[in-house]
Design a protein around this ligand. Structure first.
Ligand SMILES: [Zn+2]
Length: 140
């Protein structure tokens, strides 16, 4: 499953990049007069640091997701929904190689409408969700 290993390489590279960013932000925080709470520069650095930290958290979660998927692959349960045990489906795994649940269970886990409630364009919603995630992991 080379798709997963390249996803892992990307996530690891992103994490390393963000760690460098965070180091740089910390560095410039030390360089400036960060003790002064009223220093606008200090506020900017604090904001930047919070942003980079959030991105780093996200990257680490992604890395964790990939590792989890690799573990499932080794265990032979990669294509099975973790929640209902049904196949996740190749199209979903293609769009999101780290998916551990089928679309229905993932949506329920995310606190969305229960299955069976008409909302119009159910499948369309899922597709746009997937492509949004794909865009996030492949910034252009
Ligand atoms: Zn399921």
């Amino acid at each position: 499953m080379s798709r997963l290993s390249s996803a892992r390489a990307r996530a690891a590279a992103r994490e390393a990049d963000l760690e460098r960013d965070l180091d740089r932000t910390m560095e410039s925080a030390r360089g400036s007069n960060a003790d002064d709470e009223h220093d606008p520069e200090g506020a900017t650095i604090g904001f930047e640091r919070a942003q980079v930290t959030a991105l780093l958290d996200q990257a680490r979660r992604q890395l964790g997701d990939v590792d989890r998927a690799l573990g499932r692959l080794r265990a032979g349960t990669y294509e099975m929904c973790e929640s209902c045990g049904r196949p996740i489906g190749p199209a979903r795994l293609e769009a999101r190689p780290t998916a551990v649940m089928c679309v229905v269970c993932a949506r329920q886990a995310a606190g969305a409408r229960p299955e069976g409630v008409p909302c119009g364009g159910d499948d369309g919603t899922a597709v746009s969700d997937e492509s949004q995630l794909a865009r996030q992991s492949h910034p252009t």
